[in-house]
Design a protein around this ligand. Structure first.
Ligand code: NI
Length: 266
């Protein structure tokens, strides 16, 4: 029988996208963080996306020295956001403990009648990324071309860093985002038997531009697909990528952790 992933080894993982501030972890956070450590998941970003989850990310991350909060305004909720939300957001971004800005981005799946408003809030967060030299955590759904065009034109006004989180676009699109200087992050779908595109993306993205994430409690990897996801499942994602790229899981762990540290922890 093979060794359980992470057990008795010094390989170290960084879960760059976890919603430990979600309702699902309210009762068992301590256990979930402990399990993650036991699985070799040393570092975890706790991702905010609105007023409530941004505050919770700060509170939760303050309790553990290996948890790092982000703060952002998610495109699906822009109809409810106001200028005041941007003021509050900037207060979080100013804080040293906050490692990134997002989730932010464009999502035309849920709403496509407020594109200008989505772009307005996205650009406001890009400006914060430049001002505070912190990376963007970028969410895209059904809006790849607009997201690319917006990022490319903003990049010309001044560099900012960031990651395309749980990237679901084509390998060609991935290359274009890489050319902008952004990282690509892969999650649970790369482990799904029938998911062709994420596997192709894993193949084309060089190890030094790749991050990994669980996006828990959503998108649990195989064989937990459909169940509640958690950071301790991250090695399953690294293992799938290692098989696709024909490298060792240690190599995937080392590169993705180093990349994430470079991007988020400086
Ligand atoms: Ni997310």
């Amino acid at each position: 029988m093979g060794k359980i992933v992470g057990e008795g080894s010094d390989r170290m993982f960084y879960d760059t996208h976890a919603h430990l501030n979600a309702e699902q972890f309210k009762e068992n956070l301590e256990e979930v963080v402990k399990e993650a450590k036991e699985a070799g998941v040393e570092h975890i970003n706790v991702i905010g996306f609105d007023r409530e989850t941004n505050l919770l990310a700060q509170e939760i991350a303050a309790k553990y020295d290996n948890l790092y909060p982000t703060a952002g305004l998610h495109p699906t909720d822009v109809n409810e956001f106001t200028e005041q939300d941007l003021v509050v957001l900037e207060e979080y971004i100013k804080k040293d403990v906050t490692v990134g800005i997002g989730e932010c981005g464009l999502d035309y799946y849920w709403h496509n009648d407020n594109k200008d408003r989505q772009k307005y809030f996205f650009i406001a967060q890009i400006e914060l990324a430049r001002k505070y030299h912190k990376p963007l955590v970028i969410h895209v759904r059904d809006a790849f071309q607009d997201t690319y065009d917006l990022l490319a034109s903003e990049m010309k006004k001044g560099f900012f860093s960031g990651v395309m989180h749980c990237f679901s676009g084509s390998p060609e699109m991935a290359k274009r985002f890489l050319d902008l200087g952004l990282y690509i992050s892969l999650g649970g779908p790369v482990t799904f038997k029938n998911a062709v595109t994420p596997k192709e993306v894993a193949r084309v993205v060089p190890l030094d531009k790749l991050l990994i994430e669980t996006d828990c409690p959503y998108l649990a990897p195989h064989p937990y697909r459909g169940k509640q996801n958690k950071p301790s499942y991250l090695p399953l994602i690294a293992k799938a990528i290692a098989e696709i790229k024909e490298v060792s899981i240690e190599e995937v762990a080392n590169y993705t952790t180093l990349n994430a540290k470079r991007l988020f922890l400086k």
